[in-house]
Design a protein around this ligand. Sequence first.
Ligand code: BDR
Ligand code: CA
Length: 328
Amino acid sequence: MSKNEFARPPLDVIFDTDLGVDDAMALLYLHASPHIRLRAICTGVGNAPVEMTTRNCLYMCERFGIDVPVFEGEGVGLDGTNHLPPPHMIHGDDGLGNINPEVRARAKESQSAPDYLVSALNSAPGEITVITVGRLTNLALALQSDPTIATKVRNVVVMGGATGKNGHTGNVSPVAEANVFGDPLAADQVFGADMSTAMVGLDVTQQVFMDETYFDGLREHGGDAGQFIHDISRIYNNFHREWKNLDGCYVHDSSATIYAVHPEMFTTQRGQVRVQDEGVGAGQTILSPGVQSWFVDEWRDRPLIDVCVDVNKNAVLDDYLSVIARLA
Ligand code: BDR
Ligand code: CA
């Protein structure tokens, strides 16, 4: 770490997650990074039902001494449905690679995740970065209940979406990424809110790849956390092997957390994003670059957001390993 990096004040972060395997890896990064002060975790449905993702967060807090409150969020999307059933074959029956996580003492907070977001952002205007690595339901509900939080959040970093850069267009359909597909209405509201938002989509997260040799390195250098990452990723990596013929996995959620700390590792394009909410294109994120006028102008008056279009993948991988090694 350079001298300048020591001088950087840590980022205050709320982590919103559907805690499955890659979310767990991102949470460990947030916990270990000297540049992050984790304030709280919000949960939602996605990689597993919401009760399970909450349980997984509590389990990780207990096991790794992550001393932050956990606020449970929504179990369905804004339209009251679940567009995508939890994918057992990717994250395991428990959402954590079938390690059977048991919580001994930790309990979730009584306040809901959307209510917590509203109160936390109002209590610290300009200070908090919200990193979402699940569906955007909690944040959309928080914005509905108090639109002024858009002016109070410091940054929003969204793992979700895809715009076709680098050939990556979707992972649950030819055009849709899972977190956006899971609640397209919420995603459209978040990308339409006038706040500082970055979209870290498949365009870059599928450029960053951890192979089995990399996972061996995590186990070797990461102590209990490295062993844990290795254990929970077996089913996840098998899915990538069987469905995609890949020897390892894409790095979705950790890429978003690393963006929050190291945006210089990514190339972004400013643009306006709309989300298709129904039909065969449901969940598609459609980028209008810059500010342009169209004959069909559903993008008019939408805020500009930073869409990640390229990434220094080796820098991301090196950073992840070095941060996790701090936990050894
Ligand atoms: C995203 O979907 C979830 O299953 C993963 O955890 C990640 O956040 C990738 O499309
Ligand atoms: Ca996730």
